[in-house]
Ligand binder design. Sequence first.
Ligand code: NAD
Length: 485
Amino acid sequence: MKYPAIQNYCNGQFVPATGKEVLPVISPVDGTLLSTVPLSTAADLDKAVAAAKAAFPAWSRMPIKERVQVFFRYKTLLEKHLDELAQLCTEENGKTYAESVAEIEKCIELTEFATSLPQLVTGEVLEVSKGVECRTEHTPLGVVASIVPFNFPAMVPNWTIPNAIALGNCMIIKPSEKVPLSCGRLAELLKEAGLPDGVFNIVHGDTAIVEAICDHPGIEAVSFVGSTKVAKIVYKRATSNYKRCLALGGAKNHLMVLPDAQPAMTAQNVAASMSGCAGQRCMAASAMVAVGNVDHIIEKICEEARKVVPGKNLGAVINKQSQERIERYISEAEQQGAKILVDGRNAKVAGKENGTYVGPTVIDHVTPDMAVAREEIFGPVISIMRTATVDEALAIENANPYGNAASVFTQNGGMARYIIERASAGMIGVNVGVPVPREPFSFGGWNESKFGVGDITGKSSIEFWTKLKKSTTKWNPEAGVNWMS
Ligand code: NAD
C-alpha cells in the first residue's frame, strides 16, 4: 500500500474512524493499491459535528475581513504545492497530470474569489422613515456539509470549502470513497493557513454516512455534487429533515454543429470536450447534433480524436466497472445500427496493464431513442445525431432530462442567440466546448442536473451559505410612534 490507511479529520487532527470496515483505494492509472478508506459510523459523524459546533461561535464572530486572511494564505499554499497536489489528483483519479494541474489552478481561482467576499457581502442599510433604519446582514448558517463526487478530487471540494467557510460556517466534508486522498491534503493546508481547529472536518464513508448527514439535527445545510440518482435521494432526504439543500446531478450535454461552423476550431473543441478528463466531466460533450451537411467537420473531429491517446494525453476512467459500462454502451449502439467511426474499446497502455482505459470514441448515425443518445455515459464517447434543421436539433436537446450545458458552433451571431434563448440548459457555450463560467460567474445547471435554488459557486453561493438578518433601529426613541417605524 503506497500511503498509510486514511483517517477522518476532526477538530484539527487525523483520527481513526470507529467503524472497522474499510474499502481499498486503487489508482486507475495502473491498479496500484494506494490506501484504504474507512466507512465511518454515525458516532464518527457526531464527533465531527460536535467539533464544528464548538468552533462555530468564535469563527462566525470573527469579522469576515479577518476570516478571509486564512484563504489568502491557503491560496499561496495551493500555489506552492501545486505540483504535489496535481500528482496526488492524478494518482487517485486517473486524469492526466496536465488536467490535474488545471484542476488545482481552478482551486486557486475559486479561493481567490472567496478572498473577495468581504467586498460582496456588505449588506444594505436605508433610513426608512425619519430616524429609523432598516439594515440587512448576511449571517452564517452554522455547521454545513458538503458531499462530493470522484471526478474532481480537489476542485469540487473547493467549490464549497472557501466560500462556505469564509462566510463564517463550519464544515463537514464527505469525500468520494473512490478519491479520498486529496481532501486530507487540503485539510493540512487549511490548518497551515491558520484555520482554527474544528472549522473544517472530514468524515469518510459511502451511502450510510451520506444518509446520516442528511438526518443529522446538528447540520443546517447540505450541498451535494454527484449523479442525478443520488442528488434526488439527498435532496429529498435533507429537505424532508428541514435542511437547506443544493444538489447538483449528472448531465448529458449537447453540442449543436451548424454547417457554417469554423471546421478546425470546432473539431478541436468537440474532441477536447468529449475526451478531456476521459469524458468524466459533468460539462463534457456527450451528444452532438449535426445540423445539415457537416460531414467535413465530422471527418476532422475523427482526426482530432485519433490524436488523443490513452496513457499519453488521455487519462484512465475511474475503475473497471466504469470501463466495462462505457464499452457496453458502445457495443449496444453498434448492435442497434450506429456507426463507430473511432473505436476506443479494448484500449491498453503498455506497462499499465492494470489501469482502466477507454480510448476516444466517435459514434455516428445515432438515433435519439438509443441509450448512447439519452443517458450519461461518463466516458470519452460522443454520439452524433443528424438533423435537417436547427429546430429539430433544439427539440432533441430540449427533450433530454438533464440541463447542465449546451453549446453551438456557428459563425452566425443571430443563430447563436436563437439557440442561447431556446436551449434548456444552465450553461451555454457559443464556439466553446466546455462552457464553465469562470469566477465571479456562478456554476449550476437546470432540470435534472440541479435540485434546489441558486448556484454552487460565485456570487450565487452567498445566498446558499448565509441567511439574511434584517434589523430595524430607531435612532430617535423620543419621536412619536409612526405605524411604519
Ligand atoms: P455518485 O452520485 O455515485 O456519488 C457522489 C457522492 O454520493 C459520493 O460521495 C458517494 O459516496 C455518495 N453516494 C453514492 N451513492 C449513494 C447513495 N445511494 N446514497 C447516498 N450517497 C451516495 O457520483 P460519482 O460517480 O462520484 O460522480 C459522477 C457523477 O457526478 C456524474 O453523474 C457527474 O455528472 C456528476 N457530477 C455533476 C457535477 C455538476 O456540477 N452537476 C459535477 C461533478 C460531477
